[in-house]
Write a protein that binds this ligand. Structure first.
Ligand code: 3PG
Length: 208
């Protein structure tokens, strides 16, 4: 599957920063049960790659990828750990080339029109808009739709249950990413029922 097919299958991609390896599998299972099977594991913790590998091995219904990928080395290690896609907060020419060379579905991040133009030049038409809330949010995406016709986005950063539907209503938004479906406090408490409930609510967010 390509990145658009993966992301286009869900309204919301949970962005997960996993501190305790033991949380990885029950967290992923709760999100899948709630109806959100596409999971982004950020490479921000020591256990991230092991968490990714555990989910890839033990939760076959999940489509698990690596987030916060900053370097080609991280991208290769994520792929070796079972990542089915990679997401980056911004992008470099080297990282984009590494994703193409690795044949790994890749969602590169942009914050400006120029960054989007550079990635379009490199063949990418589906981009992460990050940090969506801080970088212009709904207004930016609306303004980008005409000049960047044909480019579609997964806005992430500052999105929650209160505004996800507004983002999903935009014609150039495929899905949104966010951490709100797996609150730190619920994960720390092992409250998987709450995670499942939040995921189910997010999975029901409809495009108009
Ligand atoms: C992040 O950077 O952690 C992700 O983009 C998620 O952002 P959020 O916590 O605002 O959803």
């Amino acid at each position: 599957m390509d990145m658009l097919a993966i992301a286009g299958s869900v309204p919301v991609i949970p962005v997960l920063t996993i501190e305790r390896l033991a949380d990885a599998v029950p967290l992923a299972r709760a999100l899948v049960r709630g109806g959100l099977p596409v999971l982004e594991i950020t490479l921000r913790t020591e256990s991230a790659l092991d968490a990714l590998k555990a989910i890839a091995t033990e939760v076959p219904d999940a489509v698990v990828g690596a987030g916060t990928v900053l370097t080609s080395d991280q991208l290769d290690r994520a792929k070796a750990s079972g990542a089915q896609f990679a997401v980056s907060p911004g992008c470099t020419a080297g990282l984009a080339a590494a994703a193409v060379a690795a044949k790994l579905p890749f969602l590169p991040g942009v914050q400006t029109i120029s960054e989007a133009m550079t990635l379009v030049d490199q063949g990418f038409r589906f981009l992460k808009f990050f940090p969506a809330g801080a970088a212009g949010g709904l207004d930016w995406l609306r303004s980008a739709a005409a000049p960047l016709a044909g480019v579609r986005f997964c806005p992430t950063g500052g999105i929650g249950a209160d505004n996800a539907a507004a983002f999903l209503a935009l014609s150039n938004v495929v899905c949104v990413g966010g951490s709100w479906v797996a609150p730190r406090i619920s994960v720390a408490a092992g409250d998987w029922a709450e995670v499942e409930r939040l995921a189910a609510a997010a999975a029901r967010v409809k495009r108009p």
